[in-house]
Design a protein around this ligand. Structure first.
Ligand code: SF4
Length: 373
């Protein structure tokens, strides 16, 4: 028997960061630059090189591939195909493309059908033009239904829509309005985001107009109640899905699975290493010219790993499997965290198999997670 090498590891989850947008939205901190055809061609060429450098080190056999961004729907079907063709997709179950509604038209989706993309995540964010304008989005509310219909007409039956809440001066009525509209579309999955303005975004000057924590908590509970009553399963703190349509890719993050991230600013997790790529195009290209990968690496010690496992696992409605935790970390969860469990007794649900947050704890989950840290 040969000794274990890195190449023995099979990596099943792939994230690809497509760092181009037509225009920067006012609230966005993700890394992206203005799109051009030339820049995207160069990016795809280097991305493929990066993928192949990893393939020399690791066995890569994706169960899921996730094209995030940025705006992956700015890529052509030819570019998407050429990226996917770098992988052995014989066991791939889910390939997601994040789409901007402004890119969705019959021609684009006709071409998309020539790719293996089988899940669409569309960033619609709101159904009110006044909110879309504040967010700096390029689409108008009435374009959403049309884009959605085109995707459905082309047979896409696994669609996720993003919704943002907690916008400057937003009211309960505003949230309710978008909720009613999103439910009418009847997608398979909905991701919700509480607006979080970093200092470097152009909307930061409206930070004083963000609704109070009490109001935002009320919005969150409204969203949760409405979506559950319409048949969605609230399977993760911010995510809702019809049964069987949970995001297989995103579950890898919460399930402590290893994944590779490709493209500028993408992050990955292998063995006990978390790495992130440079958020700088010329540096990214220079590194790949020198056949280098994984610029910023953080080695997780056992303690770091344990904390991450807890706060990511508790994000899932199903919580943490205690047997799995105890086997992995060779300690007894309930003994070690006895005090925290006791302190949050009314917000945690624990039995001999699992520990999970009670739904009323979801909105203040960070407070609870910090006690485990
Ligand atoms: S929110 Fe999406 S479309 Fe807008 S700038 Fe950020 S990545 Fe680009």
């Amino acid at each position: 028997m040969g000794k274990n090498t890195q190449a023995d590891q099979v990596i099943s989850y792939i994230y690809i960061h497509v760092p181009f947008c037509l225009k920067k939205c006012s609230y966005c901190s993700f890394f992206s630059i203005e799109f051009s055809k030339e820049a995207s061609n160069r990016f795809v060429k280097y991305l493929k090189k990066e993928i192949n450098l990893f393939k020399q080190k690791y066995q890569v056999k994706p169960k899921t591939i996730y094209f995030g961004g940025g705006t992956p729907s700015l890529l052509t079907a030819g570019q998407i195909n050429s990226i996917i063709s770098q992988f052995d997709i014989s066991k791939t179950e889910e390939i997601t493309l994040e789409c901007n509604p402004v890119n969705i038209n019959n021609k684009f989706v006709d071409n998309l059908k020539t790719t293996q993309i089988n899940r669409i995540s569309m960033g619609i964010q709101s159904f009110q033009d006044k909110e879309l304008k504040v967010l700096g989005r390029l689409h108008k509310a009435d374009e959403i239904g049309n884009a959605y219909k085109i995707l459905r007409d082309h047979g896409y039956n696994n669609i996720s829509l993003d919704l943002i809440y907690g916008l400057p001066n937003q009211t309960r009525k505003d949230v309710e309005f978008s909720l009613v509209e999103i439910i009418k579309l009847d997608p398979e999955h909905i991701s919700t985001y509480c607006l979080n303005l970093e200092k470097d975004v152009s909307l930061f000057f409206k930070i004083d107009q963000i609704p109070t924590d009490e109001k935002v908590a009320d919005f969150y509970n409204l969203i949760r109640k409405k979506l559950i009553s319409t048949g969605f399963d609230h399977y993760e703190i911010s995510n809702f899905a019809k049964i069987g349509f949970e995001s297989k890719h995103n579950l890898c993050y919460w399930n402590d699975e290893h994944y590779l991230g490709f493209g500028p600013s993408a992050a990955g997790y292998i063995e006990n290493i978390r790495y992130s790529n440079t958020a700088n195009f010329s540096e990214y290209y220079k590194m790949l010219d020198k056949n280098k990968i994984m610029k910023d690496k953080t080695i997780l010690n056992k303690d770091d790993h344990e904390k991450e496992y807890i706060f990511l696992g508790l994000r899932k409605a199903s919580g943490i499997d205690l047997k799995d935790f105890n086997n992995k970390f060779k300690i007894d969860f309930t003994e070690k965290y006895d005090q925290v469990i006791h302190k949050f007794n009314n917000l945690l649900e624990i039995n001999d198999k699992t520990i999970k947050l009670k739904p009323e704890a979801y909105f203040i989950s960070n407070e609870i997670f910090s006690e485990f840290m």
